[in-house]
Design a protein around this ligand. Structure first.
Ligand code: ZN
Length: 76
């Protein structure tokens, strides 16, 4: 029966087992599989599509977002 065949491959089925992944995404917890785009930092992996926003990304990468202040002294 076509329906049960389809169901066996659905993540909702108890018999469904995802293929083993070499890395797992820190955000969604899903495996990172061949063909997926991802970023890596010191053994942590995140799908490129799971990056919530640029501020999250900069914080994760360890960048501070600075506010430009006291630039008056750099004027000619
Ligand atoms: Zn993910």
């Amino acid at each position: 029966m076509e329906y049960s065949y389809f169901n066996a491959y659905s993540p909702q089925s108890p018999s469904y087992k995802p293929p083993k992944a070499p890395f797992y995404c820190e955000i969604c917890g899903q495996g990172i599989y061949e063909g997926d785009e991802y970023i890596e930092k010191g053994g942590e992996y995140v799908h490129f599509e799971c990056i919530p926003d640029i501020i999250w990304l900069l914080n994760w990468l360890g960048y501070d977002i600075k506010e430009a202040k006291d630039f008056g002294s750099y004027r000619d």
